[in-house]
Design a protein around this ligand. Structure first.
Ligand code: ARG
Length: 460
């Protein structure tokens, strides 16, 4: 019935049922309730302090809000979709509980600045939670790297074996990615942490409100400077979704490697039972579903980002109802990113590393051919010439089904007379990796240095 609506004054007829179903957001925005209550409490305290409403009324409203919070927490709150969204459900319930005095809560406020406030409070908390999970993930990458500073595997380009690298070095590549992800979330947090409340519907309010007092109560670092901007902007949501998309892209690449490495073809790792699933038909199967789903869910988060960008691109100032469509994609992306980061951080240290398989693979595929060329260069040959010589040696081995390491020093001398016995060390996978001492290289001493640096300065 139109008379039940909080905005029903100028309406004669009831809303069409289908329209009610189409326009409601209660089914998904109810999870904003803790922030809605928190925001309303700060607002009502400010109204009383500024003498916009009587102190006694404010006390009644605060008590009513506390009771409602208890109902919401205890699962006894009577949700009613005819009240559209969580904001009007709480306000209607307040009036049910304390009478018309509850109607003073919405003084100097609109749902437009109210919903902007709720999303900012929600996203600030979720971003902080995600940051904590990301720190855990970085720790788990470091722990796994520390356990694998002796393990060599082939590094790949084009998914072809390229040069031997330490497994610790490979894992620390992801550490660097996750560190940048964390930096991105830290960077966007202050842009979330701005108070929009007090912008009212779009133009500000005639009441003598104190927005800085509200900001202090709610822990906001700043107060928005333009009321139109504050109620109509969701770029902080897009910031979050962009950072979440990059994070998911990184998680997806790591997941892809876990899928590949746990396959029979690679056999580099074995998944812990707790993080794998079986097949309903093939009894032998142990599938990397967590990694696959992380890779797959990346699409959802990208989807959320594209949804928000598209929802916002054609909107005139200020608030438009289109913006109600920000919530489901945001909630989904938040839940997805948190779950993926959490599971990855718990799975990584439990992967069983098959160091022998990794090393065998590193021995194959002429991964030290560059080292042969470098050896010749160290003895004065121009690199291009050395590259050609090493290439010929590789071709010879290919024809004879041999590895470079299988060639005797005399056989090698046939390609370049300057070759000496010390070439053997250059052709070993250990030697290859340990000589890559350049800053950022895979040499063990470099990797250990980086690990130490991380341990002493970056992990809190
Ligand atoms: N449920 C709405 C949303 O999520 C709240 C704001 C409604 N404002 C309005 N002017 N209808 O966007």
């Amino acid at each position: 019935m139109s008379s039940k609506k909080l905005w029903g004054g100028r309406f004669d007829k009831a809303t069409d049922d289908a329209v009610e179903r189409f326009t409601e957001s209660l089914s998904f925005d109810q999870r904003l309730w803790p922030y809605d209550i928190q925001g309303s409490m700060a607002h009502v305290r400010m109204l009383a302090r500024q003498r916009v409403i009587p102190k006694g009324d404010a006390a009644l409203i605060l008590k009513g809000l506390r009771d409602i919070a208890a109902e919401l927490k205890g699962g006894t709150f009577p949700f009613r979709s005819e009240y559209e969204d969580i904001h009007m459900n709480i306000e209607a319930r307040l009036m049910e509980k304390i009478g018309p005095v509850g109607g003073r809560l919405h003084t100097a406020r609109s749902r437009n600045d109210q919903v902007a406030l709720d999303i900012r409070l929600f996203l600030r908390e979720e971003t902080r939670t995600l940051l904590k999970l990301l720190t855990k993930l970085r720790k788990s990458v470091v722990l796994t790297a520390e356990r694998n500073t002796e393990v060599l595997l082939p590094g790949y380009t084009h998914l072809q074996r390229a040069q031997p690298v330490l497994l610790a070095h490979h894992l620390l590549a992801y550490y660097e990615m996750f560190r940048r992800d964390e930096a991105r979330f830290n960077d966007l947090l202050p842009r979330i942490n701005v108070l929009p409340l007090g912008s009212a519907a779009l133009a500000g309010t005639t009441f003598p409100i104190d927005r800085h007092y509200v900001a202090r109560q709610l822990g906001f670092e700043a107060v928005s400077e333009n009321s139109l901007d504050a109620v109509s902007d969701r770029d902080f949501v897009i910031d979050f979704l962009s950072a979440a998309s990059v994070l998911m892209m990184h998680l997806s690449r790591l997941s892809e490697e876990i899928v590949l490495w746990s396959s029979g073809e690679f056999g580099f790792i074995e998944l812990p039972d707790a993080f794998a699933t079986g097949s309903s038909i093939m009894p032998q199967k142990k599938n990397p579903d967590v990694a696959e789903l992380t890779r797959g869910k990346t699409g959802r988060v990208y989807g959320s980002l594209v949804t928000l960008l598209t929802v916002m691109k054609g909107l005139p100032l200020a608030y438009n109802r289109d913006m109600q469509e920000d919530k489901e994609p945001l909630f989904d992306a938040v839940d997805t990113a948190k779950a993926c980061v959490d599971l990855m951080s718990r799975m990584l240290p439990r992967l069983k590393v098959r160091a022998d398989r990794m090393r065998d693979a590193a021995e194959e595929g002429f991964t030290t051919a560059t080292d042969l060329a470098d050896y010749l260069v160290a003895r004065g040959m121009p690199f291009r010439e050395a590259h050609a010589v090493a290439g010929k040696a590789v071709a010879h081995c290919l024809a004879g089904h041999k590895k470079l390491q299988d060639l005797s020093t005399d056989e090698l001398k046939a390609y370049a007379p300057g070759i000496r016995e010390d070439v053997r060390e250059w052709l070993s996978v250990e030697g290859s990796a340990s000589r890559r001492k350049s800053h950022g290289g895979t040499a063990k001493e470099r990797v250990l240095k980086r690990l130490k640096q991380i341990r002493t300065g970056e992990l809190d």
